[in-house]
Ligand binder design. Structure first.
Ligand code: PRP
Length: 206
């Protein structure tokens, strides 16, 4: 492990907010372009850009010291990382949605519902907690189209403004999890570099 910190971020909804927090604390980050390791104006901090679902994996392994992710992604990954700080951005919810004409929570013929999701673990856990049997179909994106094409009856996906659901004729039926951005930290790194961790927490949370 180097003495500096490596912060894992995912391109997408949380990236701009996290970089804006760093900018407010006086740290500038250049346009990443196609680079995946991005230096910052602070010699003790660089950024690692990965897929959203991979942030907990990089942090758990120590390849990154810290990361910014959503509680949705973190619970799905079930990674062994510290969660030192909830961040004041990235609020959204993980919800069950279905086409307006599809019944919920039971299908009329008693058929086992098929659910498409990027969150198979959380979807299974939720319906298991209700004692309901479902078939979960894992997809990587564009989940909202699955019921329209007959791939699934319902979906479990993130809802922010609700625009994507509305645009695809889906309505929300239940909330599974309220999600927010969270700072996650590698256990060993936090022990070894506590001062640097606290400084970064001050910058991102302030
Ligand atoms: C998320 C989610 C929905 C959409 C919800 O996808 O999977 O599709 O945002 O946002 P809304 O309620 O404001 O419409 P994201 O944009 O993160 O991209 P992805 O589908 O590639 O994962």
């Amino acid at each position: 492990m180097s003495t500096g910190l490596r912060l894992a971020l995912a391109k997408g909804r949380l990236y701009d907010d996290a970089v804006a927090r760093l900018a407010a604390a006086g740290i500038t980050v250049g346009d990443p372009g196609r680079r995946l390791l991005i230096p910052t104006s602070d010699a003790g901090l660089d950024l690692l850009v990965v897929k959203p679902g991979d942030v907990p994996v990089y942090v758990e392994s120590g390849a990154a010291d810290l990361g910014v992710t959503g509680t949705d992604v973190l619970r799905e990954a079930d990674a062994d990382v510290l969660e030192p700080l909830a961040l004041p951005f990235g609020a959204c919810r993980l919800a069950v949605a279905a086409p307006s004409e599809t019944s919920y929570p039971n299908l009329p013929d008693g058929r086992t519902p098929r659910i498409a999701s990027k969150y198979p673990r959380l979807a299974r856990e939720y319906f298991a907690s209700l004692g309901r049997s479902v078939d979960v179909i894992e997809v990587g994106g564009s989940v909202e189209v699955a019921p329209l094409l007959g791939l699934s009856d319902w979906i479990v996906d993130l809802v922010d403004t609700g625009n994507t659901l509305r645009a695809n004729g889906l309505t929300e039926r239940a909330t599974i999890l309220e999600s927010t951005a969270v700072l996650v930290a590698n256990r060993a790194s936090q022990k070894l570099k506590l001062e640097q961790h606290l400084r970064l927490m001050g910058m991102l949370g302030g």
